[in-house]
Ligand binder design. Sequence first.
Ligand code: THU
Length: 158
Amino acid sequence: MQKLNLTITLETYNNDTELSVLENKLLNEARKATYKSYAPYSNFHVGAAILLDNNEIITANNQENAAFPSGSCAEQSAIFWVGANHPERIIKAIAVIARPGKEDIFRGVPPCGACRQAMLEYEVRQKSPIRFIMVGANQQILITESVGDLLPIKFTDF
Ligand code: THU
């Protein structure tokens, strides 16, 4: 028996001001998008912002439903909207953040497995990596160079 160790690399930033101007703006747009989320069941408002190759920013958020599986995570709301409206554009980066409750307090949210798979499909389709920006503990910012890094041993790997 051998063991195979898989590693991923995360860029870490101590706060927003260490980010590039564009990525700082992207994360801020994700924060703003939490205020338009529809999350009466979980009260967990998630915002996502997508940076396109023409520097346009698209935002979306989670949209819940009384029939629970019918809701949409913020990342999927955002990426599917881009797929529907800008299928020719390259996605450069995606930022995501959560605001639990009614106050202006934000926390990180690592994307769920289904969102990782959904975002990966767009990365594979466009044949160029999508930077993924999220928030970790103590408001530290974590960035992967590719959403594929978030999903080792992918459905499409073998
Ligand atoms: N949610 C997201 O929007 N993105 C994630 O990556 C994880 C979870 C949403 C789904 C649901 O509306 C709420 O957060 C609570 O799970």
